[in-house]
Design a protein around this ligand. Structure first.
Ligand SMILES: NC(=O)c1ccc[n+]([C@@H]2O[C@H](COP(=O)([O-])OP(=O)(O)OC[C@H]3O[C@@H](n4cnc5c(N)ncnc54)[C@H](O)[C@@H]3O)[C@@H](O)[C@H]2O)c1
Length: 377
């Protein structure tokens, strides 16, 4: 019989829903020592948080996250708020001895992130950051292939995250739905929002990033601010592209924008090694493309591996071979691995400390874009 793990969720937006779905599902598919219990949901609007709690089956609500953290019946605080609240909530949760699952990016910058790492380490509480793309089975399989040495020495890493939802110049910035366009709430634009995912996956697959050379652009310089009602400067990066060296001497090129007409969430990565290459695309997330130069020349070519077999990462937990899973399952895997980490005492990554590495790369990227120089991470 699994022991209860009482969840206190802060935020009922996109991630509040994705995580709640994962907590509801995980114990039906994974055999775990702890079972998440939807103990309390918290957000500022009582009416909206009550609707959310009723919909997902949370047992209670709070409208002040400090009260949630003060409750003795909460084991885990899940931070699903805009980025500018991650630090304050995490520090308070750590001081109260709660385990913490924090949305990405870890913090507004690396200095905040370091403070958060020290807080959870001092408190000795389990902690993890929701870089969920690591747990898409095809991406986890890519990690397995690289770790087995199938690619050999890695030469190139290229990754994109393209969207097109901010092209209109009458789109406002700030407030509930558009905090991502407000640097005060988001910290940065596509760098912290989208490239952070690409960087986390890259570090996980190919090791640490040494230095970067970046350019950013803000195409629409002023937008009406939802909180002040005034037209105000836009201080986030609308687009960012950067070059990087990894510590293993491979080269990288990363690009992200919200101005790529026709692309909604096109996260792609390609890695070229001495013997083989792999490629992955979020729009076709259950497939991994693989090319192996060691194949006989008459059958050599890119294979599209349908990642559904029981011996592929996580897939023995789901349906039968041939039947794929989707985006939401990456969050279920994240929760399962977090719980296994808590039960075994070997924390699952990315911990706050792991996610700080991504934050440092983001900081170096923004610094390089401003200085127009290469910057060390
Ligand atoms: N892992 C991923 O793929 C992924 C995807 C989207 C967002 N995110 C991250 O998740 C976080 C939330 O993003 P989202 O898309 O869910 O945002 P959202 O705007 O959909 O939801 C934010 C929630 O925070 C709540 N909130 C804001 N201020 C609050 C306060 N003071 N107290 C309590 N609640 C408060 C809002 O009411 C809302 O419910 C961000 O850090 C974002 O970067 C991660």
């Amino acid at each position: 019989m699994a022991k209860p793990l009482n969840i206190g969720m802060i935020g009922y937006g996109f991630m509040g829903r994705a995580h709640s779905n994962a907590y509801c599902t995980v114990s039906n598919f994974f055999d775990l020592e702890y079972e998440p219990v939807l103990k309390a949901a918290c957000a500022r609007s009582e009416e909206k948080v009550k609707d959310f709690a009723d919909n997902w089956g949370y047992q209670s609500i709070e409208t002040d996250w400090r009260k949630l953290i003060a409750r003795d019946d909460i084991d885990v605080i899940d931070i699903c708020t805009p980025n500018n609240l991650h630090r304050e909530i995490a520090l308070a949760a750590a001081a109260a001895g709660k385990m913490i699952l924090c949305e990405k990016p870890l913090a507004m910058d690396a200095a905040e992130g370091e403070e958060m790492c020290e807080a959870v380490e001092k408190a000795g509480v389990a902690n993890m950051v929701w870089y969920n793309y690591r747990r898409v089975p095809a991406v986890t399989l890519a990690k397995q292939l690289i770790d087995e040495g199938r690619l050999g020495r890695i030469f190139h890493y290229r990754s994109n995250f393209l969207q097109d939802w901010t092209i209109s110049d009458d789109l406002p910035q700030g407030g509930a739905a558009l905090w991502r366009l407000d640097a005060e709430a988001a910290g940065s634009g596509v760098t912290g929002d989208l490239l952070a995912h690409c960087i986390d996956t890259a570090i996980w697959l190919n090791g640490a990033v040494k230095d970067v050379s970046a350019m950013t652009e803000t195409f629409i310089k002023e937008r009406m601010h939802n909180l002040t009602g005034k037209v105000e400067p836009v201080n986030i990066d609308d687009a960012c592209a950067f070059l990087a060296h990894f510590n293993n001497d491979s080269l990288a090129i990363f690009e992200s924008t919200r101005y790529a007409r026709g692309h909604k969430a096109l996260y792609t990565l390609e890695i070229n090694g001495e013997h083989a290459s792999i490629a992955w695309d979020l729009h076709d997330l259950h497939r991994l493309s693989y090319f192996d130069h060691r194949d006989d020349s008459i059958v050599r070519g890119w294979r599209s591996v349908h990642v559904t077999d029981g011996d592929m990462p996580y897939m023995d937990k789901w349906w039968v071979p041939g039947l794929q899973i989707g985006y939401e399952h990456s969050f279920v895997h994240h929760v399962a691995d977090f719980i296994e980490g808590v039960a075994s005492g070997t924390p699952a990554g990315p911990t706050f400390r792991d996610a700080l590495e991504t934050q440092k790369v983001c900081d170096a990227v923004l610094k390089s874009a401003a200085s127009r120089q290469w910057e060390n991470v």
